[in-house]
Unconditional design. Structure first.
Length: 142
């Protein structure tokens, strides 16, 4: 028996999914061609003139190592970043943006800030804080 529409629309997971799809639509309009949210966030998490450890990117992005490796590999193939072994700690990998990566990072930062400003104009502060609380709660159960 299919789930009825009112029940379906009340599912927390469905509403989070719908929210993410709507955010992606906003990003598609704001980001340069071919830039996905994970790519933009990773570029923005990297310092523009300094190496960033993969460990710190994992912590910021909340990705598992396999997902991070794939994302880094695609960005490296696009010549947006390079990876190298940390000469001070050979267990650690450093990520450095290329010139093209720094330029795209700046475009992504501008797009993210613009999207965030537009969202903050549409969503009141209390609801934005509530969303952050919900996301934090999800982080504790996953």
């Amino acid at each position: 028996m299919p789930i009825d529409q009112p029940e379906f629309c009340d599912l927390v997971c469905f509403n989070l999914y719908q929210g993410w799809r709507r955010i992606q639509a906003i990003y598609r309009q704001a980001f340069p061609e071919g830039v996905t949210p994970p790519r933009a966030y990773l570029l923005c998490a990297c310092g523009p003139g300094e190496a960033t450890t993969v460990t710190s990117l994992l912590a910021v992005m909340g990705l598992d190592a396999a997902a991070m490796s794939g994302l880094l590999g695609r960005l490296e193939a696009d010549r947006l970043l390079t990876r190298s072994v940390n000469p001070h700690d050979r267990r650690e990998v450093l990520v450095t943006l290329t010139g093209a990566g720094v330029r795209l990072r700046e475009q992504c930062l501008t797009a993210l800030r613009g999207a965030d400003q537009m969202l903050r104009e549409q969503i009141d502060d209390r609801d934005a804080e509530g969303l952050k609380t919900v996301v934090d709660q999800l982080g504790r159960i996953t």
